[in-house]
Ligand binder design. Structure first.
Ligand SMILES: *[C@@H]1O[C@H](CO)[C@@H](O)[C@H](O)[C@H]1NC(C)=O
Ligand SMILES: *[C@@H]1O[C@H](CO)[C@@H](O)[C@H](O)[C@H]1NC(C)=O
Ligand SMILES: *[C@@H]1O[C@H](CO)[C@@H](O)[C@H](O)[C@H]1NC(C)=O
Length: 509
């Protein structure tokens, strides 16, 4: 019986691995829309281990296909691996970090019409979701929830018939209802992670103070726990997009970010094709190149693409550029778009080679990883089902949160966080611990295992802390101990330190 289950699991693993490799090759090229903070960083020169290279030689996708992956249109069926484990293993806790869903651009392109997108939710408009109507009515009762700091004053659903800059769209809501539904199937239906009478302390939800992250988190939560009782819910606010709580002070992190941004700037200005493209675009629109650049046009172009809208043209009512009286009505093109995407891809490659971003990322991601490690360790050591620590935690965040987390984990080959991306940590316990047999010394940690999934793909064995784990040994899962050692010490080796304190306060030249 046991043997059978194990063989089946190994088969599943093999299939999973094939899918993971496939997905990596598909996602290798990423989109790098600059977030509001425009931060991107890199990988260490002093790595001791050689990357086993699952995904370095992936064929390059054309920029358009790549961009559609980034859009994450919610009409596609996903094959997901959340909740897959060995028979008899028990799921103890799940920790999720998401990027908000599809949003309106953060900037508008000068001298063009803004894309016409309706942000008012309507179950009759596409894309829709079976839960959308009940979600809308449930959010109307949100006054009964507990809201930290400024969160209570934010709208709980998108609400403008002409979207505000940065506002979550209906697509964004549907993406997260869908994510929640996937997690509901995996963790509630299949593994009974939370019973219907779950306690307030068992569910932890946190968001930044932006409406798009709050709304995304609520949509995921609603898909996960449909019609959840508001009285049991508290939503916490994170002031920093890094989710660093009270441990945000880290001078060395800022220094690495600074170095990375300088590298990024140099890379960009040395790209003559990019320079020519910006000039052509600015000329077409009749604006100064600098003005166009400052408007970060790729973000807006991605929005047009994701919503099936034609790329914008020069506003016919505006005065044309004095230098170019004949360009009225000229449009931005897929050709322009492709050049910017190509440059972003080159930039990502250089970022990984240079290594400042990876160092930044380790320091940026530590506080969140430390809290997650702490919660997992506590859950693993506990004899009964957790009641004091969350068994489900949800952090609703931004690309500038998720990207460093992936990098710090050694998942730099993974795709840049698309809209509604999700990163999941699962904690499992092997059956041996039930009777306390072989459960001495480590307080239960040695019978606990961790899985890491990104957009439904199991990347556990691509992470820095489990790349070298021998899966064919008696335990085919990644030991929690590996993760704990990594977070508490090993991850700092890249910055030549052994702790967060030491790393943050050392001098970076
Ligand atoms: C999803 O929607 C897009 C845009 O409406 C469409 O181009 C695409 O073919 C659809 N995909 C599927 C799998 O239905
Ligand atoms: C990391 O977690 C430990 C508990 O495991 C806690 O005592 C410590 O303050 C945390 N450190 C930071 C910098 O967050
Ligand atoms: C790491 O730290 C040690 C001891 O402080 C120092 O000798 C060494 O040069 C450092 N290495 C790097 C790469 O910074």
């Amino acid at each position: 019986m046991r043997m059978l289950a194990r063989n089946r699991f190994i088969l599943l693993l093999a299939v999973g691995l094939v899918l993971a490799v496939l997905s990596f090759s598909l996602q290798h090229l990423q989109l790098m829309p600059l977030g509001p903070m425009a931060e991107e960083v890199s990988r260490g020169k002093s790595r001791k281990r050689v990357n086993p290279v699952v995904h370095t030689d992936a064929p390059e996708l054309d920029p358009i296909t790549e961009a559609y992956n980034y859009c994450n249109l919610p009409n596609q069926t996903e094959h997901t691996w959340e909740g897959h484990s060995l028979a008899d293993y028990k799921l103890l806790s799940v920790h999720v970090m998401i990027r908000h869903g599809d949003r309106y651009p953060l900037y508008s392109i000068p001298q063009t019409k803004r894309p016409a997108i309706d942000c008012v939710l309507s179950a009759n408009r596409k894309p829709s979701h079976p839960l959308l109507s009940s979600f809308i009515s449930h959010m109307a009762q949100g006054g009964r929830g507990h809201w930290d700091a400024s969160l209570g004053s934010l709208p709980r659903v998108p609400s403008h018939s002409s979207c505000d800059l940065g506002e979550l769209t209906q697509t964004g809501i549907v993406q997260h209802l869908k994510n929640g539904e996937i997690l509901h199937q995996a963790y509630i239906k299949r593994h009974n992670l939370l019973s219907t009478d779950w306690l307030p302390k068992q569910v932890w939800v946190e968001s930044t103070g932006k409406s798009r992250t709050l709304q995304s988190g609520l949509a995921l939560l609603f898909g996960f726990l449909p019609n959840f009782p508001w009285s049991r819910l508290t939503v916490r606010q994170q002031w920093s997009t890094l989710f660093c709580g009270s441990s945000c002070d880290c001078p060395a992190r800022n220094r690495y970010l600074d170095l990375e941004q300088k590298r990024q700037y140099r890379q960009r200005i040395s790209d003559t094709e990019l320079e020519r493209t910006y000039i052509a675009m600015a000329t077409a629109l009749g604006v100064a190149t600098r003005t166009l650049r400052a408007a970060n046009p790729i973000d807006s172009l991605l929005c047009h693409l994701c919503h099936g809208l034609p790329f914008p043209c020069a506003n016919p009512n505006s005065n044309s550029h004095p230098m170019n009286p004949n360009t009225q009505g000229a449009c931005l093109t897929l050709g322009h778009f492709a050049v910017i995407r190509r440059q972003q891809r080159d930039d990502k490659r250089e970022r990984q080679e240079v290594g400042f971003y990876r160092r930044y990322a380790v320091l940026a991601a530590y506080p969140y990883l430390n809290r997650t490690a702490q919660r997992m360790e506590a859950a693993a050591k506990r004899k009964r089902k957790a009641t004091e620590e969350p068994v489900f935690s949800l952090a609703s965040a931004h690309d500038v949160t998720l990207a460093p987390l992936l990098s710090a984990l050694g998942l730099e080959g993974a795709a840049f966080p698309r809209f509604a991306a999700r990163l999941v940590f699962e904690l499992w316990k092997s059956p041996e611990m039930k009777e306390g047999k072989g459960n001495k010394g480590g307080g239960g940690v040695e019978n606990a295992f961790v899985r890491v999934l990104y957009n439904g793909q199991d990347l556990t064995f691509d992470t820095e802390f489990c790349r070298e784990h021998d899966r064919h040994a008696s335990h085919p899962l990644c030991p929690l101990g590996n993760f704990l050692h990594f977070v508490r010490r090993d991850m700092f080796s890249i910055v030549n330190a052994t702790s967060y304190q030491e790393a943050c306060h050392q001098t970076v030249l």
